[in-house]
Design a protein around this ligand. Structure first.
Ligand code: SF4
Length: 315
């Protein structure tokens, strides 16, 4: 067992630094909410040596995702403690460092006026200069979040380090369940030099009932938004469910051999062989998550189920 780490996909390790298990926000739709309010055990580590030992031994890992909470609540020297060593030759296989954050809109001063704001920018610069692809995974739910001058200044400063900013958000009823909102958000992100990355389906957590949108509607919203933007904003993927077996994209509702079905595919899978394999579920107008779906065409199980059950039993 490796506390505070998850080797989630063959090439990707998630790391939850203990000092970053808080967030600038307390979104009630957040699947980490129970942790933030002390109703669930915090899953975290402050063991940089363990992280480094594990990564040094696992040459198949190319990506490290530092996540939380929000790692950008941490002081720069703490983050540097985990990341700076990755510039050593034994970590040459670690090509990409991703850092998930809400700070761009909830605390853009992290990159402007905080006492160690410049230190943070210099750290990112050193990682980029050392050959790492650094990607800030920005959590942005609505284009209004990008309107302030201070947010735009933070984006400019981050981009000047050579880091990329990729943008992701869940589709939330009452907040952004409108294709025009997504289209204008993706356009604004591109205009500001960021990369639209994911539309997520609202996760299966406590407050889901208030925010959830049926899968069919999520796909319609994605499709109508995608149709409005130019190819340059079509880097975005989704709507995607971050479920136990992997990230499952709803590709659409269609009819095959007289049966109405959901077309689905793995964008990311616990077994890499599952990725990009199309599969089909019976159409269900009320379904809001993968576990509510049943296989189409009279099949008993989805192709990945037996293998995933064995993996889950070993987790
Ligand atoms: S910004 Fe993201 S990590 Fe922070 S509370 Fe909201 S959903 Fe959770």
């Amino acid at each position: 067992p490796l506390p505070g780490m998850q080797h989630k996909y063959r090439e990707t390790v998630l790391f939850f630094p203990a000092q970053g298990q808080y967030c600038h926000s307390y979104c009630t739709f957040c699947f980490r909410w129970a942790q933030f309010v002390g109703k669930a055990t915090r899953f975290n580590s402050n063991d940089a040596d363990q992280l480094h030992r594990y990564l040094a031994q696992h040459k198949e890992v190319t990506d490290l995702l530092v996540t939380g909470g929000d790692p950008m609540v941490m002081r720069t020297r703490k983050l540097a403690h985990y990341l700076e060593d990755l510039l050593k030759p034994e970590f040459e296989h670690i090509k990409t460092i991703r850092i998930g954050t809400k700070s761009l809109t909830f605390w853009p001063y992290r990159f402007i006026t905080d006492p160690d704001a410049d230190d943070m920018l210099r750290l990112l610069e050193r990682l980029v200069a050392g050959g790492k692809h650094v990607s800030i995974m920005a959590h942005l739910n609505h284009p209004n979040e990008l309107r302030t001058e201070v947010c735009q200044e933070a984006i400019r400063r981050l981009r000047a380090t050579g880091a990329q900013i990729r943008c992701q958000a869940p589709l939330l009823k009452h907040i952004n369940d409108d294709p025009d909102v997504w289209a204008s958000m993706w356009e604004k992100q591109v205009q500001l030099g960021m990369i639209p990355y994911y539309m997520f389906v609202e996760r299966d957590t406590g407050a889901k009932r208030y925010f959830e949108v049926p899968l069919e509607r999520t796909w319609e919203i994605f499709q109508k938004a995608y149709q409005q933007v130019s190819g340059i904003a079509r880097t975005v993927r989704g709507p995607s469910m971050s479920a136990g077996p992997g990230k499952v994209e709803v590709q659409g509702v269609t009819e095959i051999a007289g049966e109405k079905v959901f077309a689905l595919r793995f964008i990311q899978g616990r077994n890499p062989d599952w990725v990009q394999r199309p599969f089909f579920a019976k159409y269900d107008p009320d379904a809001t998550w993968l576990h509510q779906l049943k296989p189409a065409f009279g099949e008993e199980k989805f192709f990945f189920e037996d293998e995933y059950s064995k993996m889950a039993a070993m987790d």
